[in-house]
Structure formats: C-alpha cells, structure tokens
Design a binder for this molecule. Structure first.
Ligand SMILES: CC(C)(COP(=O)(O)OP(=O)(O)OC[C@H]1O[C@@H](n2cnc3c(N)ncnc32)[C@H](O)[C@@H]1OP(=O)(O)O)[C@@H](O)C(=O)NCCC(=O)NCCSC(=O)C[C@H](O)C(=O)O
Ligand code: MG
Length: 275
C-alpha cells in the first residue's frame, strides 16, 4: 500500500525560512524544490541547502526533493547529490518517455522512491509506458502550469481542457499501483477555489494535491478526507455484511441501495481513511 499523500507541500530549497517552517507543518510530504522555484544563480546553494536539510531531518512529513530536468545544466549534478542524501523520494520533472525513467531509476538508492512529473505533451502520449516502468516508481504528479503552457490551453474555472488528462493520469497510476497527485492551485488568496479544485481532484480519483503555501494544507486535507455521508454509507455497508441474515450473500440491501462485496472493500477503505 503506497503511503498517504493527500497534502504534498513544495517549497524552494533556497528559502531557509520556509525550510525551517516546513519542519513543523503537518503534511504528508514535503518537496524541497531545486527546479522552477529556484533562480538559476541560486541553484548550487539550493542543492547544498536541500542536502543539509535532509541530513538534519526533523520534518513531520516524508521528505522529497525535486531535481532539475535531466537535460538542463543542473540535472546531472542534482541527481548525484540527492541520491547521496536521506530523501525518501526524488521528484523528476519534464519526463517525456519511458526510457528517461529507466535512466533515472538506476541512480537512486534502494531506500528512495521515484515520483515523476507529468507535465509535457510527450509525457501525455507516453503515459501508460511511463507509468508501467516499475522499479522505484511510486507516484505520478501532474504539473499543470507547464502543461497549460505547452498545450496552449486557456484559463477555465473547471479545468475543462485538462479533464482528459486528469482521468488518464489517475488511470495510469491505478493500473500500476502508483499514487496520483493532482497539480498546484496558484491563486493563494482564493480558498473557495482551492477547495473546489481539491474536491474535483478527489472526485477524479487523485490521492492528494500539490501545495505551494502552508495555508493550503488544511483545506486540502479536509477536501481529501472522507465526508460524514461517505463514512455513514461505509458503516452501513459493513453492518449489512456483518448481519447474520445476510451470511453467504453476494449482494444485499444497504444505505438505501444494492451493495456487493466490492462495495464492502470500498467501505473498509473509507473507514480506514477516517481513522
Ligand atoms: C508563493 C510564495 C512565493 C509566497 O511567498 P510569501 O508571500 O513570502 O509567503 P507568506 O509571506 O504568505 O508566507 C507566510 C509564512 O509561510 C512560510 N511559507 C510560505 N510558503 C511556504 C512553503 N511553500 N512552505 C513552507 N513555508 C512557507 C513563509 O516562510 C512565512 O513564514 P514565517 O516567516 O514564519 O511567517 C511562497 O509561498 C512559495 O515560494 N511557495 C512555493 C513555491 C514553489 O515551491 N513552487 C514550485 C513548485 S510548484 C510547480 O512548479 C508546479 C509544477 O511544476 C507545474 O508545472 O505546475
Ligand atoms: Mg512544472
């Protein structure tokens, strides 16, 4: 079972204050960014700061690092440095094809998982092959800022142009036992919009969402947790199958509808999330 990843917080590894703050934040995962959040002139210092932060430890969430794309001048140095540090996972951006994944997988330590950003048109066309590469691969993360740019999509309140890719990413992740992490929400002051987008992501099947600010943590954690109605449904399903009158039945009545044993598994999964 992959680890919980409802709340995944990015921060620039070059921002010492944010790194310090991230240690006390109750998130499922923290990603120290070496890529887009770090200016070119700060790349070397950020890499060093990330490695030091990992060695010092003390983060409540699992600690990951996002390296620069492997075809940039920093990618190779980043990968060598972070593979030598105690990061639980390494995020690689701008992956385009399955053979790119194989080149990275062999560079990580046995304890490091690999998370891949799906954020280029090529990655969309190679999605199934990328997701099936196995090895240390643990998660697919959508990079919707880069995708919007590359696909030339326009703004849409409901992420209309991305809907096929939201579904395809979740399907590729599910088919390969991976986590599916939704993209970031850029509008820092729009909590209502953040909640709506997080709920949409959960509806599409994502395990969690990428975050860029501490104030996004709580709304997203709540949006990804089972609702009271879902928990009530799950309790009713479990109770129905526990009822001796239903012993040996595959399909029974519960919560006003028909449920089968597959729903019992779903109900147990929901109750495990509530706990
Ligand atoms: C977006 C920000 C630049 C905003 O910064 P700022 O206005 O300075 O923040 P605040 O003053 O509101 O900060 C309040 C306190 O919280 C700390 N803080 C802020 N952000 C973070 C964070 N992400 N993690 C931890 N702590 C954070 C501040 O230090 C303040 O602390 P204190 O001094 O104690 O009050 C900034 O939030 C930021 O840099 N966010 C992260 C940006 C980032 O990492 N981007 C890269 C990943 S997203 C991406 O690339 C998407 C993908 O690739 C795609 O293509 O879509
Ligand atoms: Mg990106």
């Amino acid at each position: 079972m992959p680890p919980r990843a409802r709340t995944v917080l990015y921060l620039p590894a070059s921002n010492a204050r944010a790194v310090e703050k991230a240690r006390e934040l109750d998130v499922d995962a923290v990603i120290l960014d070496l890529e887009d959040a770090v200016a070119p002139e700060a790349k070397d210092a950020a890499r060093q700061a990330a490695v030091e932060a990992a060695r010092t430890g003390g983060f409540l969430g699992r600690l990951g690092v996002r390296v620069n794309a492997l075809d940039t001048e920093w990618g190779e140095t980043d990968l060598t440095a972070v593979a030598d540090a105690p990061f639980a996972f390494v995020v690689v951006p701008k992956i385009e094809r399955p053979d790119h994944v194989a080149a990275v997988s062999g560079r990580l330590t046995a304890k490091q998982a690999l998370w891949l950003m799906i954020e280029t048109p090529h990655a969309l066309t190679w999605l199934d092959g990328i997701a099936a590469t196995g090895g240390p691969l643990e998660a697919l993360m959508l990079g919707l800022n880069d995708l919007a740019l590359a696909l030339r999509t326009g703004p849409s309140p409901d992420r209309e142009p991305f809907k096929p890719w939201l579904s395809a990413t979740v399907a590729a992740a599910r088919a390969n036992g991976l986590l599916a992490i939704d993209g970031v929400f850029n509008r820092l002051e729009d909590e209502e919009g953040l909640i709506a987008e997080a709920r949409q992501g959960r509806l599409y099947g994502f395990d969690g969402k990428s975050l860029i600010h501490p104030k996004q943590i709580n709304p997203v954690r709540v949006a990804f947790a089972p609702t009271e109605a879902e928990a009530a449904w799950a309790r009713a399903v479990v109770a129905a199958f526990d009822d001796p009158a239903n012993a040996g039945k595959g399909a029974v009545r519960a919560a006003g509808g028909m449920v089968e044993r597959l729903h019992l598994d779903q109900a147990r999964a929901i109750l495990a999330e509530v706990a």
